[in-house]
Write a protein that binds this ligand. Structure first.
Ligand SMILES: *[C@@H]1O[C@H](CO)[C@@H](O)[C@H](O)[C@H]1NC(C)=O
Length: 259
């Protein structure tokens, strides 16, 4: 985005720089009407070209800004850590995080004295050395969550999933969500994007495979009922109380489901 902003003004400066030149030629040519008509035509071409190019530049700049606004729910998970601890207490002892930036979430959980594992559903190509080390030690694994998770039932006390469900069609959601509930003993926390917020950058679409399908909270709640998952009323209440106390305002919607 920064480079776009730098490129545009310089391009505009050179364009407008050419306009006074046309103007001065026009003044000198008063003697010949034919030549001046020709120059007016040339000037008109310059002006049309300039305005088309200008508007084109503006449109792509605007697009870049609205796409670049995407926020990761995984960041919300990290910020929610003290709230989750208050809401879940001892259920935070053995946590599985599923979602992008799982390395960051897992290292945060490990610092908070939880046992923690992560499933990163997307490529980990340009990652830092601490993430590589988490992968090497088996704390974080890269796995396609369209397939069953390689864990025994109730392997974790709590499963936290962020962003990744937004990228599943309902066909795969129908398989993955019950599977996440299966590997959890005490519950499942879902961080999902709000509809109307474009999240992934165009450059990341290849990584996620498809654009995010952001569902409304009423859609999710109806979906839980249809799939036989129950919302965890106790966790919802405690989470809300702690959120108010800590002035925690997530940018994603959060659901608490029993397993
Ligand atoms: C997924 O599950 C929902 C709720 O049970 C159902 O209405 C829907 O048809 C299913 N979708 C697919 C693609 O199987």
């Amino acid at each position: 985005m920064a480079s776009r902003r730098l490129i545009n003004p310089s391009r505009r400066a050179s364009d407008s720089g050419s306009l006074p030149l046309v103007g001065s030629l026009h003044q000198k040519s008063r003697s010949s009407p034919l030549l001046s008509i020709g120059l007016v035509v040339v000037a008109a071409f310059f002006l049309i070209g300039y305005s088309l190019r200008g508007s084109g530049g503006f449109a792509s700049e605007k697009e870049a800004i609205s796409i670049g606004q995407g926020v990761s729910c995984s960041l919300d998970v990290i910020q929610a850590m003290p709230i989750l601890k208050k809401a879940y207490g001892d259920s935070m002892r053995k946590v599985l995080h599923v979602g992008p930036d799982s390395c960051a979430v897992v290292s945060k959980l490990l610092k908070e004295d939880s046992e923690a594992w992560g499933v990163e559903p997307y490529d980990l190509e340009d990652t830092d050395s601490s993430c590589k080390s988490l992968v090497r030690k088996g704390f974080v694994r890269v796995a396609d969550i369209k397939f069953p998770l390689p864990y025994q039932p109730k392997s974790f006390s709590l499963v936290i999933v962020s962003d990744s469900l937004d990228y599943l069609s309902s066909k795969y959601l129908n398989k993955t969500l019950p599977d996440l509930a299966r590997v959890s003993a005490d519950g499942l926390v879902i961080f999902a994007g709000y509809p109307g917020k474009q999240r992934a950058k165009v450059s990341e679409l290849a990584k996620f495979g498809r654009p995010a399908k952001l569902r409304s909270s009423s859609w999710w709640i109806r979906y839980f009922v249809q799939t036989g998952l129950q919302e965890n009323e106790m966790a919802i209440k405690k989470f809300e109380e702690a959120s108010v106390k800590n002035s925690y305002k997530p940018s994603c919607q959060i659901f608490h489901v029993t397993s």
